[in-house]
Design a protein around this ligand. Structure first.
Ligand code: GLU
Length: 366
């Protein structure tokens, strides 16, 4: 068992956000698989007994909802119906989680989060307080996306990303993504029989992101690309991610065992972003793009300075003061993301710092 959290994070208690994907939570008919939930619940209770704090992120609402009301028809594709169906499945899912944990004497609480809860800083801190208070009450928080009401345009759509944001929100030491494969594989196993497990990831490169790009599991919405994106987010936030199989005995304990060859372990970056900078980098949607000249690029990336209007060559988007914008270098690369101190219309002509370094994340260096 991994007992020592990453010393660089300075986080005293080991804590894990465990996400279970749709294909693991539901059975072949789309119903909630009580055996899988029971097994995860048992591991969660054991971990809590040895000092871990645990938050569960569950998928499966849409699939379970369609099993209830679909009467065997093919699953709909349009977002409005799927979102409505999630409203049917979510209580079924929670009922199953409640039953699984009640058998072990642990109460559960449901927390449904939507992207807006992460992009408004006040709301974000509020969600954090709720999760902390639940832990204080001895309640296991069971989180899902608020699929029924979140605007389709900005939905997370997959719970991998949501779980990574929750890991950042609660300052978890670990993120475990339980899925229907052995972990990240070198290729899609349905296409390439020689696909093997990637045991460890220390850095994100284009090759890894491209390998992950093609693979998808059948029923969930995530697939490997969203796992790599989530793990990257977690890594930048100082969180260790393990992508591991759900349908093995003691899947969660197994994933945290630290044994080589158990899932894919994605190490945290040495230069961890602060919670606020992770929030800027990953939780806040970008509302515009700002092109800068070479001098400004150097000042930001190499000298750690703030962005001044003099370095700005073009502004795109209707962003307002406080919105996030991406900073684009002369070679077209997005080098940073930050919060604008002035809106788009005055951005290039303002007489003040337009993105302060305290509100700026360098995406190539952290
Ligand atoms: N929130 C969706 C659900 O509960 C699942 C998203 C996903 O597949 O990751 O059905």
């Amino acid at each position: 068992m991994v007992r020592d959290p990453n010393p660089k994070t300075g986080r005293a208690m080991p804590s894990v956000v465990v996400k279970i994907g749709t294909s693991s939570v539901t059975d072949a008919e789309g119903g909630v698989d009580a055996a899988v939930l029971g097994a995860v619940a048992a591991d969660v209770v054991d971990l809590r007994g040895s000092g871990w704090s645990v938050v569960v992120v569950t998928s499966g609402a849409i699939t379970a909802g369609w099993a209830e009301v679909g009467a065997g028809r093919p699953r709909p594709r349009d977002a409005v119906t799927l979102q409505a169906v999630s409203a049917v499945g979510q209580p079924l899912l929670m009922q199953a989680w409640r039953r699984a944990f009640a058998a072990l004497g642990a109460p559960v609480g449901q927390v449904l989060l939507a992207p807006l809860d992460f992009s408004h800083r006040g709301q974000y801190l509020h969600a954090r307080d709720t999760l902390t208070a639940l832990a204080g009450l001895g309640v296991v928080a069971v989180v899902n996306e608020n699929d029924a009401v979140a605007d389709e345009e900005i939905r997370f759509g997959d719970n991998d990303r949501l779980a990574a944001l929750v890991a950042n929100l609660v300052a978890a030491t670990h993120l475990v993504l339980l899925t229907d494969t052995a972990g990240l594989l070198t290729a899609d196993p349905r296409v390439d029989k020689g696909a093997t497990l990637i045991e460890e990831v220390r850095a994100f490169d284009a090759d890894l992101e491209a390998r992950a790009g093609s693979s998808r599991s059948g029923v969930g919405s995530g697939g490997m690309a969203s796992k790599v994106a989530a793990a990257k987010m977690a890594s930048w936030s100082g969180v260790t991610t393990v992508i591991a199989p759900a349908r093995v005995e003691h899947a969660l304990a197994h994933a945290l065992s630290g044994e080589p060859g158990v899932g894919t372990v994605v190490r945290p970056r040495a230069a961890r972003l602060s919670a606020r900078k992770s929030w800027i980098a990953f939780a806040v949607p970008s509302r515009g793009r700002v092109a800068v000249n070479e001098g400004a690029r150097r000042a930001l990336e190499e000298e750690g300075r703030s962005l001044l209007p003099v370095g700005v060559t073009a502004v795109e988007g209707e962003f307002a003061e406080g919105d996030a914008v991406e900073v684009v270098a002369p070679d077209g690369a997005v080098v940073a993301k930050g919060l604008a101190r002035v809106g788009a219309s005055e951005f290039a002509s303002a007489g003040v710092v337009v993105v302060h370094r305290d509100d700026l994340v360098l995406l190539r260096r952290g």
